[in-house]
Design a protein around this ligand. Structure first.
Ligand code: GMT
Length: 386
């Protein structure tokens, strides 16, 4: 029997896809019998109720009076070392390079080689932060000192190598969906709250940062709604929200656009959509497009980053050059007006998400990496998801 592992996980617990991936992975590993210790500044929002094999260690920041700024990174590194020692952790798996990978490196320095570290790169930790000369050397150090590094798309692996000029091994570990949660839900009554009988729903979910190009979402919707009776549902909040609200007013679309704010039950919300819009400028993977795909909702998006590795262009959605809202709108209209084509896309979406990006498969890939860095011979078969 393969040895169960004791794993410390650090992530941004309250926002973003990297936090979702880290938390869901922790839950799945715990289900498989591993002991999981979350080491974060607050309870991961997707953790939900009590889980067997899952423990939570809160990082408290030392606010000693000589510190001008509370040193979160140092508190995190100390907490990692403390938990690793007390709980006899086998490894730390950190999500997002800054500051988590560097803190893990410090913790390992404190504990010694017995503790292994795995870093997962998620996106802007490389595509934005590694372009910043003040952070570049730090990120390179953190990556080079990790016992294993994984990234969520081939595109992100390529960017990491190019931007940081490193040639170490980086494993590919795509984002995943839990098939027990993400499948087409029957949300007819919820849908009726927003649209009339023959109207379609276009949806965008993000943190409304400039890389998401939410202005393009509105432009695409303006063109689509001129041809197809439809509504736009915007889910999430972030710095570009006021700009987007202004644009909607300028285009006179207030009656057709609904702001849903932040939502937790994403599977239900997505299931009422007919199309997901993801016109990002940078997107290392695009977890939301995967969640939509698993619920049978095709994506209209851009060719940015790792999106083409996820969305099969012309089969589970359509992609266009970044900023080409004409093409995106034309693709959306074609899909919404052709019922047969839409049904075909919908089925292809569910099949692709549930077979290529399923929880069992990607969890097994992470487990293989853990045993490899620990030098433990273990047979972890890669399951065939159906
Ligand atoms: O890197 C970020 O901007 C934040 C990060 C997050 O926490 O949501 O998003 C990235 O990680 C997700 C999970 O791996 C990916 O699905 C997103 O594509 C990626 N975002 C970007 O690359 C902009």
């Amino acid at each position: 029997m393969v040895r169960r592992l004791k794993i410390g996980i650090t992530c941004y617990p309250t926002l973003g896809g990297s936090g979702v991936v880290a938390t869901e992975l922790g839950k799945l590993l715990a289900e498989k019998g591993h002991e999981i210790h979350f080491i974060t500044h607050s309870m991961p929002f997707r953790l939900g109720q009590f889980h067997k094999n899952i423990f939570y260690h809160e990082v408290e920041v030392n606010d000693y009076y000589v510190f001008r700024y509370p040193p979160y990174d140092l508190s995190l590194a100390s907490k990692m070392a403390q938990v690793a020692k007390m709980q006899k952790l086998d490894l730390l798996h950190v999500h997002y390079a800054v500051p988590h990978a560097i803190c893990a490196h410090l913790a390992k320095e404190m504990i010694g080689d017995g503790l292994r570290t795995v870093t997962t790169l998620h996106g802007t930790d490389i595509t934005v932060l590694a372009q910043d000369e003040t952070l570049k050397d730090l990120i390179r150090l953190a990556i080079n000192r990790s016992d294993a590094v994984t990234a969520v798309s081939n595109d992100l692996i390529k960017e990491t190598r190019e931007l940081l000029e490193i040639d170490r091994e980086i494993d590919l570990t795509y984002n995943f969906v839990d098939k027990r949660v993400y499948y087409p839900r029957d949300c007819a009554s919820l849908k009726c709250d927003f649209v009339g009988k023959d109207e379609k729903i276009l949806m965008h979910i993000s943190n409304f940062r400039p890389v998401k190009r939410v202005g393009d979402v509105v432009d695409v919707f303006a063109k689509v709604s001129a041809e197809v009776p439809s509504r736009l549902l915007l889910v999430g909040e972030g710095p570009d929200l006021p700009k987007v609200q202004h644009k909607i007013r300028e285009l006179g679309l207030e009656d057709r656009v609904h702001f849903l704010g932040k939502q937790d039950d994403v599977a239900h919300v997505i299931s009422i959509a007919d199309l997901m819009l993801l016109p990002s400028e940078k997107e290392s993977f695009g977890l939301v497009a995967l969640e939509a795909m698993a619920c049978g909702v095709p994506t209209i998006g851009s060719f940015a980053g790792g999106i083409p590795e996820l969305v099969a262009h012309g089969e589970t959605g359509y992609l266009s050059p970044i900023g080409d809202t004409e093409d995106m709108a034309a693709n959306a209209i074609r899909l919404l007006q052709d019922e047969r084509l839409y049904r075909q896309f919908r089925e292809a979406c569910i099949y692709r998400a549930h077979t290529q990006f399923c929880n069992d498969l990607i969890t097994a890939e992470y487990e293989r990496i853990y045993y490899r860095v620990l030098g433990i011979e273990a047979e972890i078969p890669l399951p065939v998801c159906e």
